[in-house]
Design a protein around this ligand. Structure first.
Ligand SMILES: [Zn+2]
Length: 189
């Protein structure tokens, strides 16, 4: 979602390999390694974009969803769902109709929640991240899904002491912290 947070793309590819091997029945996981390929390209190929967050149109995709969009601030886009990246994510939601969702970002070792506090608490026990109520986030994917009664949590991976962008040498510890979260959430809902 946010260009400089590309460590989460590596994380999701790793989880895909891990979850494939589990060969689970009666549950379907849909992993989306990257929602912002243009932003990711900029952040990983050009020094001056190293700390860039937005997409190729300089819009923050995680403020572009139709959920109190008007409160999203400077980079929210011209209108709700103005960006193809946002609409692509909505198409995935429409296609698979998820019963719950995790949105991985970096950093801070935090689970942001808006509703479903007890689920957030259980996830917190499995990864050691603290839970924080998301009061000032608008137009985000998790905001949008929670508004449609789909439990959704934003997981900020990596210690806040690390600098953006978090480098791959921190990936093994992040994987260890969060690898069970999709599985745990699937059992809880
Ligand atoms: Zn982010």
């Amino acid at each position: 979602m946010h260009a400089r947070e590309w460590i989460t793309t590596l994380l999701i590819y790793n989880l895909i390999h891990k979850y494939k091997r589990l060969n689970l029945k009666n549950v379907c996981f849909v992993f989306v390694p990257c929602c912002n390929p243009n932003g990711l390209y900029l952040a990983t190929h050009f020094k001056k974009y190293k700390l860039y967050k937005n997409n190729g149109n300089n819009v923050d995709i995680n403020k572009n969803f139709d959920c109190k969009w008007e409160l999203g601030g400077k980079f929210k886009g011209k209108f709700p769902q103005s960006e193809w990246e946002t609409r692509d994510i909505l198409a995935i939601i429409e296609k698979y109709k998820p019963t719950a969702s995790l949105a991985f970002h970096s950093k801070g070792e935090i689970i942001y929640y808006k509703k479903y506090t007890s689920l957030a608490n259980i996830l917190s026990k499995y990864c050691g991240y603290k839970i924080v109520e998301s009061k000032t986030s608008f137009g985000g994917l998790s905001d949008f899904l929670n508004q449609h009664d789909i439990p959704s949590f934003t997981i900020e991976v990596g210690s806040d002491k690390l600098h953006h962008p978090i480098t791959p040498r921190h990936l093994p510890s992040i994987i260890r912290q969060v690898r069970l979260l999709p599985l745990v959430l699937s059992y809880l809902i």
